[in-house]
Ligand binder design. Structure first.
Ligand code: PRP
Ligand code: URA
Length: 214
């Protein structure tokens, strides 16, 4: 379903996604299960995000006869996780598009200012003809996603989608306003940010929960 009057923002309404996000939130969900859930949600969201891939009829020989039948046409894919937590979503999208190239953007949020700092960027080259799916489970202030997409555009990326699992309203609005040309897919819109710019109710620190670092 569309988020408010942002025509480029879709919020997932599938019960399987809702159920799995509830499991993710639970403080008692351990690292192994957390990682599996992130992957599964990424597959389910990816299914929605790739719904508009172009098709072209091609001729196939079945065991009985030749027929014209649709196959995905045109744009090749790139999956671009925002490090670290975005890495957890990559296998879920690869399950749908196993031949997609994978780029990486390294960003961390300054704990005081909450502003993103970039430390790494390696993208498939050339990138301009690819459909780029940027993944990060958390969209909080929106600073990291806006910066990541600025970098991708600076490298020539043109066709960009962004997928997250949980978002704060302020982050969605910042990203949608900064990059009105991209499609944004959100698992759930949470209530607000706390004083440390963590999402409430949220799920805590996604990177730490995926990699077991806290
Ligand atoms: C988290 C998350 C996003 C960012 C979201 O990463 O994975 O990248 O915060 O916050 P924002 O919308 O306010 O920018 P973090 O900086 O904690 O790094 P990590 O993934 O390495 O733990
Ligand atoms: N990053 C996270 O991992 N969690 C939040 O709630 C906000 C930013």
């Amino acid at each position: 379903m569309q988020y408010k009057d942002f025509t480029n923002v879709q919020v997932m309404d599938h019960p399987l996604i809702k159920h799995k996000i509830s499991l993710l939130r639970n403080v008692n969900t351990g690292t192994y299960e957390f990682r599996q859930l992130v992957e599964e949600i990424a597959t389910l969201e990816g299914y929605e995000a790739l719904r508009d891939l172009p098709l072209k009829d091609v001729e196939i020989q079945t065991p009985l006869e030749k027929c014209m039948t649709p196959m995905i046409d045109g744009k090749k894919l790139a999956i671009v996780p925002i490090l670290r937590a975005g890495l957890g979503m990559v296998p879920g999208v690869q399950a749908l598009a196993p031949l997609a190239k994978v780029g990486h953007i390294g960003l961390y949020r300054d704990p005081e200012t909450h502003e993103p700092h970039d430390y790494y960027c390696k993208l498939p080259d050339p990138i301009d003809q690819r459909l780029i799916v940027v993944v990060d489970p958390m969209l909080a202030t929106g600073g990291s996603a806006v910066d990541a997409i600025n970098s991708i555009k600076a490298h020539g990326g043109k066709h960009i989608k962004f997928m997250c699992i949980i978002a704060a309203p302020v982050g969605i609005e910042r990203l949608a306003k900064a990059h009105p040309d991209i499609d944004i897919y959100v698992g759930n819109v949470d209530r607000e940010l706390n004083e440390n710019a963590y999402i409430l109710p949220g799920l805590g620190d996604a990177g730490d929960r995926i990699f077991g670092t806290k």
